[in-house]
Write a protein that binds this ligand. Structure first.
Ligand code: UDP
Length: 475
């Protein structure tokens, strides 16, 4: 690429500033860098500071020639919580403050920027690219099935299926092509339950998603064999589609043959990883442990925590549970834990504040995952052949969990229920009663995932095509 002394193409990558998107987009950046492209990975100051505090990111990225990690302001005051429920504040602030900063950054970059890869929900990045006159690729870090549902929001409104209040949630939804027959109101992104078409999230998704075709191409962290039917609908609107997932596994496989520090430590976490859980897992029997984690944003009430805790303990199953320090509404009350829960947890459970999740899911002791169905967690689980119990929290997770339970048959969908008896029954079903069936399907899916990112696989091919297309822009 650089054989005539010309500099390699320089890609500026700008992810949505939340843990899940930062995690997978950084892995995409590493993959592009490994192919010889120059990369600037631009974060908001807030995320940048947290990444530096909790990871060895700088020394890890040092091993990639031409890789720069930089940051700009999101315009919010330093002490703003930037929690998921305040997303619209963050979004509006970025549109007003970050947009001109991004333009300025690109125009004054010492190395000219060849193209931008930005999260497709940040539509202002496309305006910046157009104003400067460089191509932009959108990447969306959610599932294609949720993207397609979001694309169809205008159809749902036209058909009178939206808005609805949070009632009659089992009513079928019929105006999402390809999902007739199994999609219900309760499976739509949670903001659809507000009963108000002026809900800012409905407005945001309705408008921003329709803008996706403006980009030069759309990069999705998914696989053709997983979401093929839905992808064919998306292709009608965005024909230049790069399905390159699961990105984390592509990176792992590419680094497999290398001996750089990257191959031994790949945390992009915004919390400090507690690796002691791996030692604990090492002493547990094969496929005996259920891993419980609700990702980086979900906040549960203390009552919900107790229902999960009783349910899992009553199931008799061993468990590893991630309880983030900020994940209990109103804070962890600490005391008043029933003695039977403390004893059972000491005997067959382990609780950490943040785990090395990819490594956990790949561990031989893990037999199931009680998850909030975030797209990264779903992909990480299915790549390792781990069946799931889904307790979606918000946004795309409700669509994902329906696909896990009803379409892919990779587990059980527990959405909208948080009762100890249901938790107990589902954990027993997944880990004992129907264990064989679920493991068989999940194993098969894991094999397909590995095949798709190996040489000759479609995700491998599409990543290669993306790299070649970026390289051509420079010519
Ligand atoms: N994660 C992790 N350790 C944990 C919990 C989560 O490393 O203890 C990672 C997980 O591997 C995934 C990301 O955080 O890559 C969560 O992203 P996801 O899309 O699943 O959910 P979100 O946090 O966006 O709701």
């Amino acid at each position: 690429m650089d054989d005539q002394g010309a500099l390699p193409p320089h890609v500026l990558i700008f992810p949505l500033p939340f843990q899940g998107p930062v995690n997978s987009t950084l892995k995409l950046a590493e993959l592009l860098s490994l192919s010889g492209l120059h990369i600037t990975f631009l974060l908001t100051d807030f995320i940048h500071t947290r990444l530096l505090r909790h990871t060895n990111i700088n020394s890890r990225l040092e091993t990639y020639p031409g890789f720069r990690l930089e940051s700009i302001s999101d315009g919010l005051p330093e002490d703003h919580p930037r929690s998921s429920d305040l997303f619209m504040e963050l979004f509006d602030s970025m549109k007003a403050v970050t947009k001109p900063l991004l333009k300025e950054y690109i125009l004054t970059s010492r190395r000219p920027v060849t193209c931008i890869i930005a999260d497709g929900i940040l539509g202002f990045t496309c305006d910046v690219a157009n104003e400067i006159g460089i191509p932009i690729f959108y990447c969306r870090t959610m599932s294609a099935c949720c993207l397609w549902v979001s694309f169809c929001l205008p159809k749902l409104i036209e058909a009178g299926e939206l808005p609805f209040k949070g009632d009659d949630l089992d009513t079928p939804i019929t105006s999402v092509p390809g999902m007739e027959g199994f999609l219900r109101r309760r499976d739509l992104p949670t903001f659809c339950r507000s009963g108000d078409l002026n809900d800012p999230s409905i407005q945001l998704f309705k408008t921003e998603i329709q803008e996706l075709p403006r980009a030069h191409g759309l990069i999705l962290n998914t696989m053709e064999h997983l979401e093929g039917p839905v992808l064919s609908h998306i292709r009608v609107h965005c024909p230049n589609l790069y399905t390159i997932g699961p990105v984390h596994a592509q990176l792992k496989s590419k680094l497999g043959g290398m001996t750089t520090p990257s191959s031994t430590s790949s945390s992009n976490g915004l919390w400090k990883e507690d690796r002691s859980c791996i030692t604990w897992l090492d002493s547990q029997p094969s496929k005996s442990v259920i891993y419980i984690s609700f990702g980086s944003l979900a906040v549960i009430t203390n009552d919900q925590r107790m229902e999960f805790w009783h349910g899992v303990v009553n199931s008799g199953t061993r468990f590893l549970w991630v309880i983030r320090p900020d994940s209990i509404a109103g804070g962890d009350p600490g005391s008043n834990i029933p003695v039977e829960l403390s004893l059972a947890t000491e005997e067959r459970g382990y609780i950490v504040g943040w785990a090395p999740q990819e490594e956990v899911l790949a561990h031989a002791a893990i037999g199931g995952f009680l998850t909030h169905s975030g797209w990264n967690s779903t992909l990480e689980s299915l790549t390792e052949g781990v069946p799931m119990i889904c307790w979606p929290y918000f946004l795309d997770q409700h669509v994902n969990s329906r696909f896990v339970g009803e379409v892919w048959k990779l587990g059980l969908d527990m959405k909208d229920q948080c009762v100890r008896d249901v938790v107990e029954k589902m954990v027993k079903d997944l880990m004992e009663v129907r264990k064989g069936d679920f493991i068989r399907v999940a194993d098969e899916m894991g094999k397909l995932a590995k095949k798709s990112m190996g040489k000759g696989g479609l995700s491998y091919y599409n990543l290669d095509r993306l790299i070649k297309d970026i390289a051509l822009i420079n010519v």
